[in-house]
Every structure is written in structure tokens, then in C-alpha cells.
Design a protein around this ligand. Structure first.
Ligand SMILES: [Zn+2]
Length: 224
């Protein structure tokens, strides 16, 4: 294996343009764009194979939390249960202590959701008699403070009219993009050859992790 990513491990985040330049071969990086949803940089002295593997790791081997089990007790809305459950799975869940949890496919509870691998949530909303009621990610109620819905976004889930009622509960579990894309921290990862051994690498974050965290965690797996 080459020394492809040693510079990233030294720089645990991406503070500014040029800060990741390294003087010594075999590997160097030039940051071009470092925005909340987009990270783009030039990589020198690296093979397409190594970058392909880094891309795969980034998409499928970084652990996140997401809603995985849902029990619907009441749903008199216009949407079927399956659509609501699918939308719930895509709600971004922040977790600062994800290492405390066992992965969904590694726990001895056989994916039923126990204290070791999951956090419960509930949601109950009634339609407003005067206006259409929007159910958003803010209506997901978590008692365990170790996880929270990504704040400040109010992701829309569905609307209720007068007399309509939705009540459900479920479990938030730990997984990665190899199991389902809802656990992936990136929505797009691409790289393109610029010249001989130089590539332009870019990825888009879903907003749960910073660009630096995504790179750092991907490289830990890369070198494991
Ligand atoms: Zn379990």
C-alpha cells in the first residue's frame, strides 16, 4: 500500500487552502474548495486505484446513526406507512458518541434493537382544524440526549389535514453505507484525472459530518 494519505492524518481537518500541501513526495494535496456541502482538492503522486478505494471507503464504511426500525400504530394521513417510514430513514441524526453503540448487524440482539445498539424515538401529531399541519423532523421526540435530529432544518415528512392523526415509534441504529445509503455521510464522491499522476477529487457531504471528519474517518479505515 502506498503512503497515499499520510498528509491527511497529520492535518485532521481542512482548515484552509494550501494548508495540506506537503513538501515531500510521494503524496501532496492542494485544496480548491472547502465549503459545508462540497470539498474539492487536487491530489498529486497517487494512483487511480488508491483513490478509487478511498472513494469506496468514504461512501460505505463510515459509521453513522439513522432511523432503522419504525412501528406505525396510527396513520390516517394520505401517505402510506411505507412512504413515511422511508422518509424517516433519511432524516440526518447527529451523534457525538457513536463509538458507544454496536453496529446494527453486529449486535447480539439480532437487529431487534437493544440498549447496546439503538436509541428509541416517538412521534405523534394531529391535524390542525384550521390549517394544513406539516410534520417535520422536529416532531421526532428523542429522550436519550446522546443523539439528536440535525437541528435548524425542519426536514418535511408529510402534511395532515383536520382529523388526521399519525402515531409511531421506532429505533435509531448505527450502520454504514454498505448496508444502506441512508447511513452514508456523502451524497457524491468523484475523481478525475487532470494530468499524469494528478487527480481532482471531490465529494459532497450530507451535512452530518464536516469535510475534515469525513476525510479523517475514511483514512482511518483506509489504513486499518
Ligand atoms: Zn442490540
Amino acid at each position: 500500500m502506498t503512503d497515499i494519505c499520510t498528509p491527511f492524518l497529520v492535518e485532521t481537518s481542512i482548515p484552509s487552502k494550501d494548508s495540506l500541501k506537503v513538501e515531500q513526495p510521494p503524496f501532496s494535496v492542494e485544496m480548491e474548495i472547502d465549503q459545508p456541502e462540497l470539498c474539492q482538492f487536487l491530489v498529486h503522486n497517487v494512483s487511480a486505484g488508491d483513490l478509487s478505494r478511498l472513494r469506496t471507503v468514504m461512501m460505505s464504511q463510515i459509521d453513522l446513526m439513522a432511523i432503522d426500525i419504525v412501528e406505525v400504530y396510527m396513520n390516517s394521513s394520505a401517505l402510506p406507512d411505507e412512504t413515511i417510514v422511508h422518509r424517516l430513514g433519511l432524516v440526518p441524526i447527529l451523534c457525538e458518541t457513536i463509538e458507544d453503540f454496536v453496529g446494527v448487524n453486529e449486535c447480539e440482539c439480532d437487529e431487534k434493537g437493544c440498549n447496546e445498539c439503538s436509541i428509541p424515538f416517538t412521534m405523534e401529531v394531529y391535524g390542525n382544524p384550521l390549517t394544513k399541519t406539516a410534520i417535520t423532523s422536529d416532531d421526532i421526540v428523542l429522550v436519550d440526549v446522546r443523539c439528536m435530529v440535525l437541528p435548524g432544518n425542519r426536514f418535511p415528512l408529510l402534511y395532515l389535514r383536520e382529523g388526521e392523526h399519525v402515531r409511531l415509534d421506532g429505533k435509531i441504529m448505527k450502520g454504514n453505507g454498505r448496508l444502506h445509503s441512508k447511513w452514508s455521510p456523502v451524497s457524491c464522491v468523484v475523481f478525475k484525472k487532470v494530468e499524469n499522476d494528478t487527480f481532482r477529487f471531490s465529494f459532497e457531504s450530507t451535512g452530518l459530518l464536516s469535510n475534515g471528519d469525513i476525510l479523517e474517518q475514511a483514512l482511518k479505515v483506509f489504513y486499518a
